[in-house]
Design a protein around this ligand. Structure first.
Ligand code: AMP
Length: 170
């Protein structure tokens, strides 16, 4: 199953120095969310082209890092309704902030991501708490949320994610 990561798409555009990349960089470098108008249009375009190629319907897909606030949830509902796709559910991976910070600092050494510095990580965590965490309640009220404990080895967390995905796919 394909994962469509909004963060990856932004990073590819930043690397390619596109107009979208120049705009996105102003936000990603500070750990802020890229404005919804830009992000939503990008996700809609991406799904439209997948559907035109009939890839999304045939394979299913995971959106990684989207939606990230309540307004994006509403837009995703609209996009999926327009394309006649139904959502199986949302996966929330939980982990203590200190563990996340430690992991991202380690990732900085390996991947050199510009937003994996301690002050930007701290800010990303506060943006998550303020803007992203509230969307769990939205999916939970629809009985469409699975929570996965993100603490543990990669293969343990992967196994939990597979079980959670199965529980959503009913
Ligand atoms: P990620 O790779 O998911 O950690 O995303 C890296 C950065 O890309 C975030 O800190 C945001 O600046 C931006 N970004 C990714 N996804 C979104 C989104 N759904 N809405 C707004 N900004 C996003």
């Amino acid at each position: 199953m394909e994962a469509i990561s909004t963060g990856d798409i932004f990073r590819a555009n930043i690397k390619g120095e596109t107009e979208l990349g120049k705009l996105a960089q102003e936000y990603t470098s500070r750990g802020e969310l890229v404005p919804d108008s830009v992000t939503n249009a990008m996700v809609r375009d991406k799904l439209a082209s997948k559907i035109a190629n009939r890839e999304a319907e045939a394979l299913g897909f995971i959106l990684d890092g989207y939606p990230r606030n309540v307004a994006q949830v509403a837009e995703l509902d609209a996009i999926l309704a327009d394309f006649g796709i139904s959502l199986d559910g949302a996966l929330e991976i939980t982990a203590d902030g200190d563990v996340v910070t430690e992991r991202l600092l380690k990732r900085a050494e390996i991947e050199g991501r510009a937003d994996d510095t301690e002050p930007v990580i701290r800010h990303r965590l506060s943006v998550y708490a303020e803007q992203t965490a509230p969307i769990s309640a939205v999916y939970s009220s629809r009985d469409a949320l699975a929570e996965v404990d993100g603490i543990g080895a990669v293969d343990e967390v992967t196994e939990r994610l597979l079980v959670a995905l199965e529980s959503l796919n009913k």
